[in-house]
Every structure is written in C-alpha cells, then in structure tokens.
Design a protein around this ligand. Structure first.
Ligand code: PMT
Length: 230
C-alpha cells in the first residue's frame, strides 16, 4: 500500500440507507445499496488506511481489512459517527441518511381503518450527521468529505452544500441519470473542494463505482498530503 503503516490515517465512512421505523413492521427508507460507500472503504483499506465503515442495512460483504459497525436509524448512525469522528483523520459521508423520521414509531402495527381513506404521518427532522462532524472543534475535526445526491442543477446545489455543511470536499452525483447513482454498479460525479485560492473541481465521467472510489480516495489523500498529487 502507498501509505506507510506508521502514519496510517483512520478513515471513517458512512454507507447505505437508514431505516426509520413507522411501527414494528414498517419503515421509511431509500434505494441506497451501499455499493459506493463499500467501494470507498475497500479502496481506502487497499491504500493502507485503517477503515471503519458505519453501515446502514445492506446486503454486501465487508471489504477485507475493514471494520464494520452496523446501524439502522439516522440517530444510531449519528451517535456512532460523532463517537468515532474526533479520532478520525478523514470522515466520508456516503450514506443516504433519511432527513426525517416518524415523530413517534407506533408501538403496535398501524391498522387500516374503514372510515378514513388517508393516513397522516408526522415526521421530525433527523440531525445532519456530516454537518455535526464538520462542526467539531479543530483538533477533533477530521477532513470531511460529503456526497450530494441531486436531480438538477448539480453544481450549484453541491457548492451550496459544501459551504452550508462546512465540508472540505463534496462529491456530487446526478441521481436522475439512468444506470448511475442509487443501486447501480456505475456512477459519475463532480468533485468540488476548497483551496486557499478558491474552489476547485474535477469532473469524473460514468465509470464503475470501484474506479470512482479510487479517484475520490486519491484526491482526498492528496489534499491531506498523505500521497503526492498528480
Ligand atoms: O449506495 P449506492 O446504491 O451505491 O448509491 C450511492 C449514493 C447515490 C447513495 C451516494 O453516491 C450518495 O449520493 N450518497 C449521499 C446521498 C444523500 O443523502 O445525499 P444528500 O444530498 O441528501 O446529503 C448530502 C450529504 O449530507 C451526504 O454526505 C449525506 O451523507 C449527508 N447527510 C444527509 C442528511 C443527514 N441527516 N445527515 C447527513 O450526514
């Protein structure tokens, strides 16, 4: 591996969806398969990093040399991320975290009623995991890489998320494109990062997630000067 083991960085990665219970048998979730996050974990480990993967429910094997912590809800992912991040060198938020959860999950299975044709759920906001990691005080704050799943105006929304969430780098993917993004083996992305001279960007065309992961890890390590750029 290119990184010498005595200065191996600790890379913490979130991956997969979260599941927000509505009642004992139902939940709110999304189509994240975990493939992108697991590819990042595999690549970081192959480069010689110590890798911890905080994973929502997915059906993928743990990549070799990676420590995996399984979580289900956004609140669990948040607690685990905030516990590990202060010791981490790099934090990558690839998980598709549910922005909202049910205000209270019903204790018993919700029943279908004959008298009403609609059912109203009250949702409350989940904490923003990556924004909270990025807001850690210096000394406890890792280098923070976020993702942005967009369906339009990819660059503008990604620039906005980079600034608003206080990230160092963002990987924006257009999840409206057929065969890319959620669930697929391929992805394309626009990488945006901050430099003292202003923002820089790199556009990565459609390619296997394993290959895109190598580019993202390379770019991250280069910015931390853990490897030479180029
Ligand atoms: O898992 P795959 O099937 O391989 O698909 C990969 C992917 C499309 C899920 C992945 O490439 C991706 O885009 N992940 C981020 C999905 C997402 O939730 O994007 P967002 O734009 O809603 O969130 C922006 C960033 O904030 C992300 O880094 C996200 O992890 C983070 N976030 C969001 C909400 C929240 N409550 N906490 C967070 O940390």
């Amino acid at each position: 591996p290119p990184i010498a083991s005595q200065d191996a960085p600790h890379v913490v990665i979130t991956a997969g969806p979260t599941r927000e219970a509505l009642d004992p048998v139902r939940y709110l979730s999304n189509h994240s398969s975990g493939k992108m996050g697991y590819a990042l974990a595999a690549e970081a480990a192959a480069q010689g990093a110590r890798v911890t993967l905080i994973s929502g429910p997915v059906s993928l094997p743990t990549p070799p040399g990676v420590e995996r912590i399984e979580v289900e809800t956004a609140l669990q992912m948040h607690a685990t991320a905030l516990r590990l991040a202060p010791e981490a060198t790099v934090f990558i938020g690839c998980a598709a975290v549910a922005d909202y959860r049910a205000e209270s999950a019903a204790e018993h299975k919700l029943k279908k009623t004959d008298d009403r044709d609609t059912l109203t759920l009250t949702l409350v906001k989940n904490p923003d995991i990556i924004a909270d990691v990025a807001a850690l005080p210096s000394g406890q704050r890792p280098f923070v890489v976020g993702f942005a799943a967009e369906t339009q105006d990819v660059e503008r929304y990604a620039q906005d998320k980079l600034a608003r969430k206080g990230l160092d780098m963002i990987v924006a993917n257009d999840v409206s494109q057929q065969g890319l993004g959620f669930g697929s083996d391929d992805n394309a992305a626009l990488l945006l990062w901050r430099t003292p001279q202003g923002n820089e960007q790199l556009s990565a065309p459609p390619q296997p997630k394993t290959q895109l992961a190598a580019l993202i890890i390379h770019q991250t390590l280069a910015q931390l000067s853990l490897i030479s750029s180029g």
